[in-house]
Design a protein around this ligand. Structure first.
Ligand SMILES: *Cc1c(COP(=O)(O)O)cnc(C)c1O
Length: 488
């Protein structure tokens, strides 16, 4: 199985090359030439543990990358706070898939624990000896998960750019205290989209040079593939809990930013998992909701800073992959839509394509006050605590259910509430203390929920990364840094 660029099928790569490159040379995203069947019937699905299940899915999606079982073992074993890596918890009539029990308390860990090992295996497969420089733009959670995953990993360096003032205090503390001789973190004066655009520009500028760049963003197929596996795991959980019959369809509601998580659900469906509707939940930055309703993708709109910062995104990279799949691989169409987006700031998809997408996706949005309201209600009624991102999805799920869909639904929970303690306290109508760490303590006092170890220990750690740069200086910053032998 080959990989193609979404913008040109002439641009081909093996799975290993796609992982190592991150982005295709023409700026497109790598996609498999066809989505492979999972070949897992109900009995097989229920017989595998999460390690074996993840390895099975990865082998299907990333053929030719060696040592997958060892990758999963090394990436996941003893890194999570419980035996079950991703518990599926019944809450009211829904099921909440908790994806935040990894080392950095956000769902990005599900992929970024594995990615460094996938990069190492891919490098071995293609015989690449040079160091890989992993560039990452982050809206808050990818940065820390990438740093934690790649810190001191052999033959790699990792560089993270986050929006200055655009992430929570705890998210920032997680990044700027990161240890490791191969890590570099800089704040960018701008928002996530500025940082992401900067990274894409660095990629083009380094084309054909001796520096081997890759990406830890969900533009990298090595990020996406591990995320497909937990949809299968969630379905198996529902089967074991007796919540669905074999083959019965399940809806998934996903708090969405860069469209990576929900696209993984789409891929799971195309691999054969009985997925009903994929519900895309947006916060006030509702560019995706508008797109799914009208077919118009328009990034020319105000950017809102919300209580769910990891979804504060106007250019959703992975939507490009959906356009490719849903148009049956119309690379010329995707290339022209992406040109429109770059040059005009918007694009509109043909009616037929929109209808096809609408047959598989629903959408909805919730602003901060709707999300806070959901946090408080669910806490008071069920004693279940969910973070502001999850709450956006919960609220959208409530609207969706009211509209009459009767299938069992899984809501993807993407972060620990403790990453956003001040917002949680506001939602619970508790006065918010000055510091994020005091807020963490207070949230613990009020709710009794356990504070994740990685977050509790943060306050003692010294700040190691202080650079703040202009988005226009990202290229020269990377050039300078890449010349240094060590970042110690
Ligand atoms: C990254 C992130 C999201 C958005 O996921 P995408 O794959 O970018 O759509 C949602 N919630 C949290 C907590 C995140 O870190």
């Amino acid at each position: 199985m080959q990989y193609f660029s979404t913008r040109s099928k002439q641009e081909t790569a093996t799975a290993a090359e796609a992982i190592l490159q991150g982005l295709a040379p023409d700026g497109g995203l790598y996609v498999p030439e066809s989505i492979p069947a999972a070949e897992l019937d109900d009995a097989a699905l229920l017989s595998l543990d999460q390690y074996a299940l993840t390895a099975h899915i990865l082998k299907k999606l990333l053929p030719g990358v060696p040592g997958i079982d060892a990758v999963v073992e090394a990436g996941y074993r003893n890194k999570f706070d419980g035996e079950d890596l991703t518990p599926t918890v019944p809450v009211e009539k829904a099921h909440v898939l908790e994806l935040y029990h990894g080392p950095t308390s956000a769902f990005k860990d599900m992929a970024l624990c594995l990615l460094p090992h996938l990069v190492a295996s891919a490098a071995k497969a293609v015989g690449q000896k040079e160091e890989v420089l992993v560039l990452t733009a982050t809206s808050g959670d990818t940065g820390k998960a990438a740093l934690a995953g790649f810190a001191d990993a052999p033959h790699t360096r990792v560089m993270v750019f986050y929006p200055d003032g655009g992430v929570s205090e705890v998210q920032r503390a997680q990044m700027v205290t990161q240890e490791g001789s191969n890590v570099c973190v800089a704040a960018v004066k701008g928002n996530f989209d500025d940082a992401q655009r900067g990274v894409k520009e660095v990629f083009s500028a380094f084309q054909g040079t001796h520096v081997r760049l890759s990406s830890a963003n969900s533009i990298n197929i090595g990020r996406l593939a591990p995320q497909v596996a937990y949809y299968f795991k969630a379905y198996a959980d529902l089967r074991r809990q007796g919540a669905v019959k074999a083959g019965e369809q399940v809806d998934f509601v996903v708090p969405t930013g860069n469209f990576g998580n929900i696209l993984a659900g789409y891929i799971a469906k195309k691999m054969g998992l009985p997925v009903g509707t994929l519900v895309c939940a947006s916060n006030e930055n509702d560019v995706l909701t508008e797109f799914l309703e009208t077919g118009l993708y328009d990034r020319r709109r105000p950017f809102h800073k919300t209580a769910s910062p990891s979804m504060d995104i106007l250019v959703s990279s992975n939507l490009e992959r959906l356009l490719y799949f849903a148009s049956d691989g119309d690379d010329a169409l995707v290339a022209s839509l992406m040109r429109d987006l770059n040059e005009k700031g918007f694009y509109r998809v043909p009616d037929g394509l929109l209808r096809k997408i609408q047959s598989e996706f629903a959408c909805g949005k919730a602003d901060d006050s709707a999300a806070f309201d959901a946090i408080r209600r669910v806490w008071e009624k069920e004693h279940y605590l969910m973070d502001p991102h999850t709450a956006v999805a919960w609220r959208v799920y409530e609207d969706y259910r009211k509209a009459g869909e009767g299938r069992p639904a899984v809501i993807l929970s993407t972060a620990s509430p403790y990453k956003f303690a001040p917002a949680m306290l506001t939602a619970l109508r508790v006065e918010v203390p000055e510091s994020g760490f005091a807020a963490m303590d207070l949230l613990h006092e009020k709710t009794g929920a356990a504070v994740p170890q990685g977050l509790a220990s943060l306050r003692e750690k010294p700040v190691r990364h202080r650079d703040v740069i202009d988005p226009r200086d990202m290229l020269s910053y990377v050039e300078q840094k890449s010349l240094l032998d060590s970042w110690q």
